[in-house]
Design a protein around this ligand. Structure first.
Ligand code: GDP
Length: 529
């Protein structure tokens, strides 16, 4: 029987990540969230950086100098009785495959939208990924201190473009220079905004009740009237919050505020910690695993090379699915059948790596990895399980990779296969020729691969352009038709790093034609590890 402390530890955990389009304010909101989590004394110190252009070139420098891959770090902090795990995702879209997989390791997501712009490309793409698991989404409409689009229109856009009902929890009172605060619909009170206090936790002045005349004097009669009219409309036209629909990913609670002004972020965090799910069950090949099971289990969703430049180590990031990790415990590495004694896993408190004392379902721990651990690997306390739902994503960019010194072909292949097992890149070997095609979701992955091939495998490789638009993993339940397809489409077929058959399409038109021509073949955009 699990004891009450153990259950409390697990039930208070909230593990989430932020999805947004670049520049919508993910970094800024992370800073403020950490400020509320008391993880930072003063906001603005997560990472010093100027424009995005700078950030990009800094990363490039690091990639080149150290062959390090851009981090997905994990930050843990207490808030309102909950223990929050915020999984940061690479800010740069060129590392999107890491981002995609990080989204498979969380129980909920915060979607940050620039309210002046609305739903943007990358948000759309990341939402598609969260759909694979129907992850619950909390929405924050950011930058209310600027002139924004009509809030009703913003909700409408989320509903139609992302196919998710919106339930506004707060509603803005003005915007831009005239931004006065929000009306918190659930609390039935206005919370007033003070500008210039973005670095502190504010004691926002509140006014109870929509009809309170104090509201008129605080924000001006005109805005107060407008708010009343809008709210009447909004409450009539939008959805009431429904936790079941939220948990199934069909409805999102929406908050308004400004991350820069540190306003509204706490309302969002209150909602997230109250409504977002505690660690969820996960599917395996055998059965569903429940977070509060006594026995430990977890899966690896990311491997990161050389986090600490002084040590050339790799860290395997594991999401704990059930039970508890304690230092020195023995784990069964299911794929290899080996027992590993884990004495030095790392946990992530507020961005610093610390030695883990204990960690529970919902938490992320880092295992030192000397090449034995792969993305998708399951660890248990003995049971033979395999967690599903940690996919490879079809790459969107392709290059042919070639050696400067042709004698080292074997090392090149070994390096590429290992890097693909790690998830750093994907490799495809066409059936009809000796090309090696490297596929990535983001362009910076290519640079990392060449740097790591040189540093870790002592091979110098260069890229050449290749005419490939996309790749799809193929399979079929009809053996005969599949054989015919393999014969006829052989010039488009390749094996990936794990020897899975892949269709390599020179153009999207070609892919669509192939799909029409071979209706019995499944062309898959993701592949399970
Ligand atoms: P990210 O690319 O999503 O991480 O976005 P950042 O957090 O780096 O923000 C991009 C830019 O928008 C930065 O210049 C921020 O200072 C600015 N920004 C973020 N939040 C707000 C906000 O609420 N209001 C205003 N005016 N600017 C903001």
């Amino acid at each position: 029987m699990a004891n009450q402390d153990f259950l409390n530890e697990i039930n208070k955990r909230r593990t989430f990540a932020i999805i947004s389009h670049p520049d919508a304010g993910k970094t800024t909101i992370t800073e403020k969230v950490l400020l509320f989590g008391k993880a930072l004394q003063k906001a603005g110190t997560v990472k010093g950086r100027g424009s995005n252009q700078h950030a990009k070139s800094d990363w490039m420098e690091m990639e080149k100098e150290r062959g390090i891959s851009v981090t997905t770090s994990v930050m843990q902090f207490p808030y309102n009785g909950a223990l929050v795990n915020l999984l940061d995702t690479p800010g740069h879209e060129d590392f999107s495959e890491d981002t995609y997989r990080t989204l498979t390791a969380v129980d909920s997501c915060l979607m940050v939208i620039d309210a002046a712009k609305g739903v943007e490309d990358r948000t759309r793409k990341l939402m598609e990924v969260t759909r694979l698991r129907d992850t619950p989404i909390v929405t924050f409409m950011n930058k209310l201190d600027r002139d924004i689009r009509d809030p009703m229109e913003l909700l409408d856009e989320v509903e139609t473009e992302l196919n998710m009902a919106c339930s506004p929890i707060s509603w803005p009172i003005g915007c831009g220079k005239g931004f006065k605060g929000v009306f918190h619909i659930h609390r039935n009170e206005a919370i007033l905004y003070q500008s210039g206090k973005g670095h502190t936790i504010q004691d926002g002045q509140t006014i109870k009740g929509l009809d309170n005349p104090e509201l008129d004097s605080a924000v001006g009669e005109e805005l107060a009237e407008q708010l009343r009219e809008e709210l009447e409309l909004v409450i009539g036209a939008s959805h009431e919050f429904d936790r079941e629909l939220f948990l199934s990913g069909e409805l999102t609670p929406v908050f308004f505020g400004t991350a820069l002004g540190n306003f509204g972020v706490d309302h969002m965090l209150d909602g997230l910690t109250e409504w977002a799910p505690a660690p969820m069950p996960r599917e395996t090949s055998e059965r569903d695993v429940i977070a509060t099971e006594d026995n430990f289990s977890g899966f690896v969703f990311k491997i990161q090379a050389n986090m600490d430049p002084k040590h050339r180590d790799r860290i395997a990031f594991m999401r704990i699915v059930s039970g508890k990790y304690s230092q020195g415990m023995k784990m069964n590495h299911v794929r290899t059948g080996k027992t590993m004694s884990i004495s030095d896993a790392v946990t992530f408190m507020a961005g610093d790596r610390e030695r883990a004392a204990d960690a529970y379902a919902g938490d992320i721990i880092g295992l030192h990895n000397h090449g034995k651990i792969q993305i998708g690997d399951t660890f248990t306390q003995g049971e033979s399980l395999k967690f599903s739902g940690i996919p490879n994503f079809a790459p969107e960019l392709f290059r042919r990779i070639r050696l400067k010194d042709p004698l080292k072909q074997k090392q090149l292949l070994k390096g590429l296969v290992q890097l693909s097992e790690e998830g750093a890149v994907q490799v495809f070997r066409p059936l009809m020729n000796n090309d090696l095609i490297v596929g990535a979701v983001g362009v910076l992955q290519f640079d990392v691969v060449v740097a790591r091939l040189k540093a870790e495998y002592k091979v110098e490789a260069i890229y050449e352009a290749i005419n490939v638009a996309t790749a799809r993993w193929v399979d079929s339940t009809d053996v005969k038709k599949f054989e015919e397809f393999k014969r006829k489409a052989e010039s488009n077929l390749a094996l990936d790093g794990g020897d899975n058959l892949t269709y390599i399409a020179p153009t999207m038109v070609n892919l669509n034609l192939a799909k029409e021509r071979y209706p019995d073949v499944a062309f898959r955009q993701t592949r399970e590890h």
